[in-house]
Design a protein around this ligand. Sequence first.
Ligand SMILES: [Zn+2]
Length: 406
Amino acid sequence: MKILNVSYILQNNEVISGKSLAFEKTILKIAPLDELLQIYPDAQVIDTPANSIVMPGLINAHVHLEFSANKTHLKYGQFMPWLYSVIENREDLIEGSFEAMKKATHKMLQSGITSFGAISSHGMDLEVAEQAKQNVVFFNEVIGSQATMADALLDDFKSRLAASESIKREGFYPAVAIHSPYSVHPALIKKAIEIAWLNKYPLSAHYMESPAERQWLDKNKGEFKTFFNDLLKQDYAVNTSTGFLELFKDVPTLFTHVVHANEEEYKEIKEQGHSIIHCPISNRLLGNGSLDLDAVQKHGIRWLCATDGLSSNYTLNLFEEMKIALFMHKDANLLELAKALLNSVTIEAAQALNLNTGSIELGKNADLIVLDLEDEATEQLPIHLILQQYVISHRFINGHFVNIDE
Ligand SMILES: [Zn+2]
């Protein structure tokens, strides 16, 4: 049993003072320190600096660890030149990436990320994800647009999935990802969705990321036509955008990017209970534009903020990602957007990933971070949390204190 002695608790974006937290794996009681000491006289009391606040650990719902070795290899500015540069540099990026993946995971922990969703294309990140101190939702990804290859690709996917299912550590969860509508054959998509549905695994897919994707799926034209013609002698898209969404009927899914969706697609996303993952830095660097957050909110769709991988970002820091989002959506009410962003990387992300965490309430897993505010908390704290990048003094995952120097 631990008692965390703090000045403030951030609960649903409200600052609560005069209370402390008692927890083991889960949060057991929130009350004044004296009261907690009476109930739990043998608990270990953890003192924190003055003006410290405890908030839920952050959840990065979408990251590609396998491309962590990228610093300056890839071409930014437009989606297709970037994609060609990924293909060209693939070997270089993958070689020696074990250390890069470990470092990326550690840096996420340093910046307050206590859970993440790893999109794994090849399973090369499995060992790092297993050893990570964070909770990990491990999304085994299927990719491949050729019908003739579907069986072999499905077998490969199943064996990677089985490898992730064999990991039994606390806080590790297997999951399924479909790469995208342009890159996966519908027969393969159906089988992967069925596996996710049968096992109640979280499901994720990239969707409507680039203008080129919109053009290819709608009209079988544009830069993807050249790409698929040259690479696979394929001159039409394997899915339409609506046909793709229909495959996910009744299976709530996390769709990443969704920058170029139309009204009908938003409606369908809402109706089927899907969520949208917003990666503002990645969208900007790859020239994809920015998510219409206003439309997403008007449709009442749940959305999360995430970093994407280091192949399309310079950091895996959610405070930085939220800061960029705060400036990108320049017409949104500042305080309201700051609150929505904080929710998007805590409670909303936890619900979308089916994790029992993301808020400070009884029964939730004690995934917590303590920030040193250096000053008294104000009602505009959500804005300052995003802008100031406060020092994090303590991290707890599933109630365990995490030492970042180990
Ligand atoms: Zn991605």
